[in-house]
Design a binder for this molecule. Sequence first.
Ligand code: GLN
Length: 447
Amino acid sequence: MITLKEALTKSSEELAELRAELETKAKESGLNAYVGFESSGKGVPILIKDNIQVKDWSVTSGSKILQGYIAPYEATAIKNLKSKGMMAFGRANMDEFAMGSTTESSFYGATKNPHGTDRVPGGSSGGSAAAVAGGIAIAALGSDTGGSIRQPAAYCGVVGMKPTYGRVSRFGLAAYASSLDQIGPIAQNVEDAAILYDAIKGHDDKDSTSADFEIEDIANNLNPDAKLTIAVIDNYISEADEDTQKAYADTVKVLEEAGHTIVHKNMQNTKYDIATYYILATAEAATNLARFDGVRYGTRAESKSTEELFFNTRSEGFGTEVKRRILLGNFVLSSGYYDAYYVKAQKVRHLIRDEFNAIFEEADLILSPVAPTVAPKIGASEDPLEMYKSDMYTIAINLAGLPAISLPVAKDDEGMPIGLQLIAKAFNEKTLFDGASSMEKAVNYSK
Ligand code: GLN
C-alpha cells in the first residue's frame, strides 16, 4: 500500500482509482474492518472510526441503538483533514461505544487480525488498525480513551498515536468518557502518523477542553537523530509475557546504541490504574450514554408509555458490555458509594499524574509495553475482568492526559506483532514523534 505521504502527491484520477481498489480489496479481504464505504470530500482517502461524525453519513458507534442515525454536522477533526488534501472514506468497525479491547462487541460482528484471522485486531479501534495493517486503508482515524488506538495498532503491527488531552478537538466524537477521549491517527509508519496528526490537531472553540495555544507542525520537522533521555520502568514490565519482555529488552538495547540515554525508574501507583480507570470511565460513560433513550437518536423500540420507551429502547439497543458499564457507572455515582469510589478514584488519578510528572523531571520519554501479550484468539476474551486487565499498560496515560505512540518492534514465533509505546510530557508531541522516528529506524521492524 502506498504511504500517506506518497498518496498526497497523487492526482485526483489516481486517487479515485485507488478508492475503487480499496473498496474491492476490503470486500474481498474478509477482515470485516469496514462497515461502510461512504465518501466525503476530495483527496487522499482516510478511513474513519464509526464514532466520528462525518456530515450526512450514518454514525453508529458500532451499536444497534444508533442504527438509522445520520450525522447532522461534521467533527472538527474531519473538517481539518479535509482542508489538508484528505477526505473521509469508509467507516471502520469498532467495539460498541468504544468499550472493549477486541472489536468483538460490535453490532457488525468481530473484525479479524490480518496477521492471523483467528485473532482479534484489538480494540476498540480494531477496524482502523486491521485495515491499515491489511493494506486496505492508507491511514485511519481512531479514538483512544484507555488505549483504543495504541493497543490495536500494536496487535496489528502498525503505528498508532494518542495526542495530549486537549490537542485534537472532541467536537463530533461520540463521547465515551469525556475526560479521557482523544481522536488520533493510525498509520503505516511514524511519518504518516505525524502528517495525519498535524492535519487534525488544533484549537477549537466548539470544544471547551481544547487547548488554546500555538502548536508547531511536526511531520516537516521530524528529527530521527535527536538524542533523548528515555525512562524504563523496571517494576512495570514483569506483568508482560516472555516475548514482550524480550522485545522490550532488545528495544532498550538498540535505543542505547542509537545514542539515547536510558534511565531506570520505578512506579508505585500502577497497581491502581485499572480500578481507577474503570471507575472513572464507567461513571462518565453512564452519564454520556443516558442520552440514548429512543427519543432523539437512532432506533426506537415498541412501547406504550414513555417509561417503557426508555426501558425497551435501551434494553434492546445496547449490547452486554455497554449495559455492564452503565450499571457499574451508575453504581459508583450513586449517593451511597460516590465518596468511596468516584471521589477516591479522582484523587488517585492525581497521584498517577504526579508520578508521571516526577519521571518527566528527569526524562524526555518513557518506554513501556502496550499490552501484556500479543493479540488473543477470537472468542478468548469472554471474562470481562481479564479483558480489563489487558489494558494495564495503556490506561494510565489517558488518566494523566499524556501523549503516547505505539509502534511495532518484533513478532512472536507465530508471526504476531509486538508493539511498544513511547510516552511524553503533556503537549510535547514533537519530542514524542522525534523519539518514535528514531526508534522506528533503530528497530527496523519491517526487516
Ligand atoms: N479497552 C478500554 C476500555 O474498554 C479502552 C477503550 C478505549 O480506549 N476506547 O475502556
